[in-house]
Design a protein around this ligand. Structure first.
Ligand SMILES: Nc1ncnc2c1ncn2[C@@H]1O[C@H](COP(=O)(O)OP(=O)(O)OP(=O)(O)O)[C@@H](O)[C@H]1O
Ligand SMILES: [Mg+2]
Length: 252
């Protein structure tokens, strides 16, 4: 891997003593009696992009679901703070209102509605997100297909719609679970371009991706999970430079 494509923007620095924009403190989460998220803690400054990496089953999706306050897995201990709000005390719908936008692996777009109806639906409750016009500027493929039923979109277009729908809401934290999964390289490149624009717009983002190289190229920070625990917390550059770490936990 070369350093050339690493994001140039330095990680944002919060003023000394100020609470981080986003923080997880000692999260412990379970599926029934299965103990999955085992004491995860990390912080993010506003505008930072974090690559959350690790092998299959390491607990990445579970960590995102815990942050989004979905009922499963069950958070039994720990705190989650976003812009001064205590997400750990909220059900999922309130966490969404507080600005958490999860783009899940299965995308969850509404197949029977058109592209535009999917976007409009997202904007009804929170009209402060990106306007349709702005979304279509950034997602020209969606503009061309605005009247098309979402179920008929290609996998890559469905992923674009899922991301666009998150941006249509007034979000403060974007959570992306494997946005490149199952997509052809040319579509991955197109989504990478879009995510670079999202990054410029200053969204604080956590990206989970099997394609660790692509995720690191987009990110300031990196966390590696192994068996539900944080085994590395540093900069994306450090992961790129550390071959032993990459071999041990990422198989790259
Ligand atoms: N609903 C569930 N009930 C019970 N166990 C689950 C459930 N969902 C996930 N797990 C288990 O939790 C562990 C972590 O899963 P998780 O999906 O968070 O991993 P991941 O890092 O996202 O993996 P992948 O890279 O394969 O997506 C795995 O051992 C998985 O089998
Ligand atoms: Mg997963």
């Amino acid at each position: 891997m070369s350093d050339a494509s690493v994001a140039e923007r330095p990680a944002g620095q919060a003023p000394a003593g100020a609470p981080a924009f986003f923080s997880c403190r000692d999260l412990h989460a379970y599926y029934g009696e299965s103990y999955i998220v085992q004491g995860v803690s990390f912080e993010l400054n506003e505008g930072e992009i974090l690559a959350l990496l690790g092998r299959n089953g390491a607990g990445k999706t579970s960590t995102l679901r815990t942050i989004a306050r979905l009922a499963s897995p069950e958070l039994r201990h720990g705190e989650i703070w976003l812009a001064g709000e205590a997400l750990h005390e909220m059900p999922a719908w309130r966490a969404a209102r507080a600005g958490v936008g999860l783009v899940p692996e299965d995308r969850r777009i509404i197949g029977g509605l058109s592209v535009e109806e999917n976007l409009q639906l997202a904007r009804i409750e929170e009209p402060l997100g990106w306007s349709l016009e702005r979304l279509y500027d950034h997602f020209p493929r969606l503009a061309e297909r605005r009247r098309q039923e979402a179920v008929t979109l290609s996998g890559g277009e469905q992923q674009m719609l899922a991301i666009a729908r998150a941006l249509a809401r007034d979000i403060r934290l974007l959570l992306l679970d494997e946005p490149y999964e199952g997509l052809a390289p040319v579509i991955v490149e197109e989504i990478e371009r879009i995510l670079r624009e999202v990054r410029k717009a200053g969204f604080t983002t956590i990206i989970v991706e099997q394609n660790a190289v692509a995720a690191l190229n987009l990110s300031d920070r990196a966390i590696i999970l192994d068996m539900g625990e944080v085994v590395f917390d540093g900069t994306a550059r450090e992961v790129i430079a550390n071959e032993a770490l990459r071999h041990q936990y990422l198989a790259i």
